[in-house]
Design a protein around this ligand. Structure first.
Ligand code: NAP
Length: 297
């Protein structure tokens, strides 16, 4: 008896809003490259319909789904399993349907790490200053601790959130050797002198009138400075760091590598990186710079 299913595999992304997401471009390019009969669609899932949408994944035989703002936590109660990273980060950005069960993963942290390594940034044994305490900062912080950094300085506009993240990391990752220190923004300048890698994991910096998240006068040429906003090299922080002679990494690599890891989980195949990077750069060149970055993956 023939299979009742279509031969075309279905994938997608849940978010709200979702119109400007770059994920369909990345994954559809990869499917075409590999000659796969598959399609990836954006789904605008209203916050009141997250449960229905997640349950529809199995009902509609959607093989894989990315999840973006504001649903990364909201999908979790409806999944069958969570990867260790998703569980620690407390958010899911990738769902995989396997044997009728829904498995939740988080590829943001590993995407960040791979992008740093691609840029020549070795993290083991290093001291890292991380600005931000939101969802992306949490993914980056967990991954850095799992990757054996020596010390993690955490700072945030709302200091209590940095303190809460530091407490969480100490409680949940007690077997790493990383010392985690929450700091007030006003006392950052001194710690920058013994910091190797600086990461901005806030959305701040795209606009000339944005507040500075760091005392940028203390940046120097030995720093590796990362800004996870993925518009290439356009934040004030990265421009200033470059002027000081520091090495810089923008968020495009994290966007690419979190997508690549999701694609690996779903298909066992790799992203054609140079091709997808070129397509992303073309798409970003067509998006207006004024206004906040339109899509968060
Ligand atoms: P989020 O959970 O809303 O967290 C926002 C963070 O930014 C918080 O730490 C917040 O501080 C801080 N912040 C907001 N406004 C600020 C201001 N005026 N001054 C100083 N700090 C401010 O957002 P998220 O999901 O973590 O995303 C953060 C950024 O990462 C976004 O730009 C997103 O596009 C980017 N991102 C990139 C990738 C990638 O693949 N490249 C992946 C994920 C996210 P408070 O705690 O004080 O509010």
């Amino acid at each position: 008896m023939p299979s009742p299913h279509s031969t075309t595999m279905l994938y997608g992304i849940f978010g709200y809003p979702i119109g400007h997401s770059l994920s369909p471009l990345m994954h559809n390019t990869a499917f075409t490259y590999h000659g796969m009969d598959a399609v990836y669609l954006p789904f605008a899932v209203h916050p009141t319909q997250v449960e229905d949408a997640v349950k529809a994944i199995a009902a509609l035989h959607i093989q894989g789904v990315n999840v973006t703002i504001p649903h990364k936590q909201a999908v979790m109660p409806w999944l069958d399993t969570l990867s260790p990273e998703a569980s620690l980060i407390g958010a899911v950005n990738t769902i995989h349907l396997q044997d009728g069960r829904l498995h939740g993963h988080n590829t943001d942290g590993i995407g960040f790490l791979r992008s740093l390594e691609e840029a020549g940034g070795e993290v083991a044994g290093r001291t890292v200053l991380l600005v931000g305490a939101g969802g992306a900062a949490r993914a980056v912080a967990v991954q850095l601790c799992l990757s054996g950094i020596h010390r993690l300085y955490l700072t945030n506009r709302t200091p209590t959130r940095a303190e809460e993240l530091a407490t969480f990391l100490k409680q949940h990752l007690p077997h790493t050797d990383t010392s985690v220190v929450a700091m007030d923004v006003s006392s950052l300048a001194a710690s920058l002198s013994d910091t190797d890698i600086i990461v901005n994991a806030t959305a701040i910096g795209m606009h000339p009138d944005d507040p500075m998240v760091l005392p940028i006068a203390a940046l120097h040429s030995q720093h590796l400075v990362c800004d996870i906003v993925y518009r290439p090299l356009q934040t004030v922080l990265l421009r200033t760091a470059q002027q000081q002679g520091a090495r810089v990494v923008d968020g495009l690599g994290m966007l690419l590598h979190q997508g690549a890891k999701a694609f690996e989980i779903w298909t066992g195949q790799s992203f054609p990186m140079p091709l997808i990077r070129a397509r992303l750069l073309d798409a970003l060149a067509e998006q207006p710079i004024a206004g906040r970055p339109p899509a968060q993956e």
